[in-house]
Design a protein around this ligand. Structure first.
Ligand code: MG
Length: 174
């Protein structure tokens, strides 16, 4: 067997997709919880919208490589902060989710942008009110750090809402 060398290791598309989903689950976030945020955002526009339809759109968002990359990066930084493995002063900044940090929101924007700028308003709205699962991720109690994940979850929900709006507008199923 060939010796493992991180410098020339190339993960497969499936490995990246599966790992992103695994990490999301391991951090206590379900597809249904994200879909509930999407439903909250869209129910005034589509009164017949179901949670199942929202789940389908969240699943579609999670298939995008940009989304998987943001998930892996954000969760990894949260985990390193939890374990005290970031260097100072970044460790304190990420652990305490300092108001002026902002890189968590910027990383999440790479998810929102996958479906164009119409997701921006929804993302900003959720960042402000932090509904549902975002509230638990943002409560800053105990030793858990979710500085990046709360924004990522909000961004996935906003992207799913944008995807829905695009598909309703032009029947595009991408
Ligand atoms: Mg945050």
């Amino acid at each position: 067997m060939q010796e493992y060398n991180p410098m020339n290791y190339r993960p497969t598309t499936e490995e990246v997709a599966e790992t992103a989903r695994e990490w999301l689950a391991r951090r206590g976030v379900t597809i249904t919880q994200i879909a509930q945020l999407t439903l909250m955002l869209q129910k005034d526009y589509y009164p017949d919208l179901t949670l199942e339809e929202c789940e389908k759109n969240v699943e579609a968002v999670l298939k995008k490589r940009e989304v998987q990359n943001a998930l892996l990066t954000g969760i990894q930084l949260d985990m390193l902060a939890e374990e005290g493995k970031l260097m100072q002063p970044l460790l304190s900044i990420v652990r305490n989710d300092e108001g002026l940090y902002g890189c968590d929101e910027v990383l999440a924007l790479s998810i929102v942008n996958v479906y164009g700028s119409i997701g921006l308003t929804n993302f900003g709205y959720m960042d402000k009110i932090k509904p549902g699962i975002m509230k638990r991720l943002n409560n800053k109690k105990g030793d858990e750090v979710h500085t990046f994940l709360d924004d990522i979850v909000g961004a996935i929900a906003a992207a799913a809402a944008s995807r829905m709006a695009h598909n309703h507008a032009d029947g595009d199923k991408d």
